[in-house]
Structures are given as C-alpha cells and as structure tokens.
Design a protein around this ligand. Structure first.
Ligand SMILES: Cc1cc2nc3c(=O)[nH]c(=O)nc-3n(C[C@H](O)[C@H](O)[C@H](O)COP(=O)(O)OP(=O)(O)OC[C@H]3O[C@@H](n4cnc5c(N)ncnc54)[C@H](O)[C@@H]3O)c2cc1C
Length: 355
C-alpha cells in the first residue's frame, strides 16, 4: 500500500491526485473545508495535454481547429475540449478515501495539522490553491451563456477591437466556446492584470462586442464571472496545482497540467525537473513582459504568437519541461515581432527584472 497520501485541497489538482492515488491502491485522506463543494467554472483544455486515463464522458464539446484572431484569423491545428465540469468532478471518484471537512493550518511534506486539531502523517500533497493578493496578477472575465440555433466559430482568443475599448485602454479579448450542441459561452477576458479589469468593464465590452456582431442578449442569460490569480504558485514542499506553480501565466490554465501530472505526484516524483523550472522562469518572464507592454501592442504581440507553427505554440503553451521548444518559440516569436515591439519587449523585460 505504501505511505498514506494526504491531499490538502479538493480543487481539480487535489482531486486528481487523490483519485489517481486511490486507483494505484494507496490509502488516501483528503482535507478540505468544503469537500462536497460543486465545481462551477467552465473548464477547457487542449486535447493533447490530457492523460489517457481520463474518462471520455467528461467532454461537453470538442473542437478540432479553434480560431484565434489578432490582426487576422489564425486556425490553430490543435484539438480543444470543453469539459462538462460536473462530470469531470464526479469522474475523479474518491471512493475509499477518508474525507476530513476541515482547514489544513500547518502543512509540511510529511504532516498536516487541521484547524480542528487533527494531525495526519504521510505523503502530503498541498493543493490548497492560491489566495488573492494585490501583488498577484489576476485573470478576470465576464461571460454569458447564449442559446444559438447555429453555433458561432470557437474563438480561443479574439483581440479585435470591436468591444468599444480605446486601443490605449488595458486590452481584453473575446473567448467563445460551445458548451453543448446549441449553447455557447461568450466571455470577455482580461488575460492578466495587476489590477485586472473589473467585471463591470468587461460586461460593457462584451455587450458592445456582441451587439456589433449581431448577437442579441435578453439580459436573462446565465452569467459566468472569472477571477483568479495567475501569479504566485511555487514548486516544492509537496505543493501541487495552482499552489505548486502549475498555472500557465500566459493563459491561466492549469487543470490539464494537473490531471496530466497527477500520476507523477502519486509516485512521489516531481514534475519540477531543472528543465521544468527553467521553463517556468521563462514563462514568468513572458508574463512580466506582457504586463508591461503598451496596451495597443498586445494584439500585435498575439498576431505574431498565433503566426508561429503549431508545434512551437504547443511547446510554449503546454510543454511543462520542454525547454528547447519554449526557447525556440520565444526566439521565433521575438524575430517575428515588428522592431518597435521588440524594443518594447526588451524594455519591459529589463524594467520588470529591475523591480
Ligand atoms: C470561471 C473560471 C474558469 C476557468 N477556466 C479554466 C479553464 O478553462 N482551464 C483551466 O485550466 N483553468 C481554468 N480556470 C482556472 C482554474 O480554475 C484554476 O487554475 C484551478 O482551479 C486551480 O486548481 P487547484 O486545484 O490547484 O486549486 P483550486 O481550484 O483553487 O482548489 C483549491 C482547493 O483547496 C481548498 N482549500 C483552500 N484552503 C484550504 C485549507 N487551508 N485546507 C484545506 N483545503 C483548502 C479549497 O476549498 C479548494 O477546494 C478557471 C477559473 C475560473 C474561476
């Protein structure tokens, strides 16, 4: 059976590890103040990031080649998948685990003490997520779920300026994905900001944009509000998921990475090889440069990014320890930027490094 696995936090990361530890025949204890809390966010991922063991019934919608728009449309040669969140959560079964509804207050790699005074020892996985902080860049979004007789194209990112924003205002993009055969989620998203754009600003931009595209809203559509930190997780000390630095700062995604890495964690190995740490440092530098770019240059930057060959995009977005691919993507991207933007990226990176 091996040492007991003690998982603190039952978000996607913690639940994935607990589920895979049970599948491996390990004794598992899970600790979360709200272990039965139902997940509500709309999660999505690149199909090629997902582990083979994942139940195929967790898919709400799949798209072969989503689009991205900056100056022009790019079709991304990578399958994209929207999860049925409830199915994803329930597929990560916890049968056989000891469930403790409590807050972990002292966590080391070998022991956990809870607010209620319990102490457990074993292989500890700290998946307590990330707390909000003014020091951490956040992603915010405001979305509406719209019934459509014919689905609109899936847009991974659409930076076109038909959302009523001034080109010199902090930018936001449209994210548009199918949730079923006849519903779409349209979400105006601030990729990362410190502070990030307020929901009210994003709501106005979304309504402006959808009206400009002839998509009428009744005001009764279900709403999705997004706000979470994209900075601040750190590898080490048994931390995993957002707490362990798995959030990609350029997208805010971590769910697929956590699912894919769960078995490694159960085996007591680390995903944070020296190469992976170097990739994480490059990604953080990329975020700092992005945060410091003049707003009107952000879509220009993404025009160059989506012009990269799909394997390089994949390396940058998903290659957790693909140092060679990440460096190649950054090199080719830099070369593809117009000269003024190259200067802006260098200045932003130098300024950010000094801070
Ligand atoms: C609306 C929305 C849409 C999103 N869409 C996507 C997407 O499409 N793709 C994607 O990859 N990501 C998406 N994200 C981001 C994603 O939700 C997070 O990156 C992800 O939830 C991080 O997972 P986690 O398990 O590491 O942490 P969390 O999901 O934050 O889970 C942490 C868990 O720890 C528990 N906890 C906290 N403190 C303690 C404590 N002291 N003791 C015990 N337990 C504790 C909490 O109750 C919680 O259950 C989205 C986020 C939102 C809000």
């Amino acid at each position: 059976m091996g040492v007991e696995v003690i998982v603190c936090g039952l978000g996607p990361a913690g639940r994935a590890v607990a589920h895979r530890a049970l599948a491996a025949g390990r004794d598992v204890t899970v600790i979360d103040p709200h272990p039965d809390r139902v997940w509500t966010p709309t999660y999505a991922a690149w199909v090629d990031e997902l582990p083979g063991w994942l139940d195929s019934g967790v898919v709400a919608a799949a798209v072969d080649r989503p689009s991205a728009w900056a100056a022009r449309e790019h079709r991304i040669d990578r399958g994209y998948q929207v999860f049925d969140t409830a199915s994803l959560q329930s597929s990560l079964t916890l049968h056989g685990a000891t469930v403790i509804a409590d807050r972990a207050v002292e966590v080391t790699t070998r022991s956990v003490r809870t607010a209620g005074g319990l102490t457990r020892t074993g292989q500890v996985v700290d998946a307590r997520g990330l707390a909000r902080s003014p020091r951490r860049a956040e992603q915010t979004a405001y979305g509406v779920v719209v019934a459509r007789a014919e689905l609109e194209p899936t847009l991974f990112m659409d930076w076109r300026l038909d959302n009523g924003a001034d080109p010199d205002d902090p930018p936001s993009f449209l994210y548009a994905i199918p949730l079923s055969a006849d519903t779409m989620l349209f979400e105006e998203t601030c990729l990362a900001g410190r502070p990030a754009l307020a929901p009210e600003v994003l709501r106005r931009r979304l309504e402006h944009r959808l009206a400009a595209r002839g998509i009428a809203l009744t005001g009764t559509e279900p709403v999705e509000r997004v706000r979470f930190p994209v900075q601040g997780g750190r590898p080490g000390h048994g931390r995993f998921g957002a707490a362990g630095g798995l959030i990609h700062p350029a997208t805010g995604y971590s769910v697929a990475a956590a699912l894919a890495a769960a078995d490694t964690v159960v085996a007591g190995d680390t995903v944070w090889t020296p190469r992976a740490r170097a990739v994480a440092a490059l990604r953080r530098a990329g975020l700092r440069a992005l945060l410091a770019l003049p707003p009107r240059e952000v879509p220009v930057f993404f025009e160059a990014f989506f012009g990269l060959p799909a394997p390089l995009q994949r390396s940058y977005l998903s290659g957790l320890d693909d140092l060679r691919g990440t460096l190649a993507a950054m090199r080719v991207l830099f070369a593809a930027l117009p000269p003024n933007l190259r200067r802006a990226v260098v200045t932003a990176s130098v300024d950010a490094a000094r801070r």
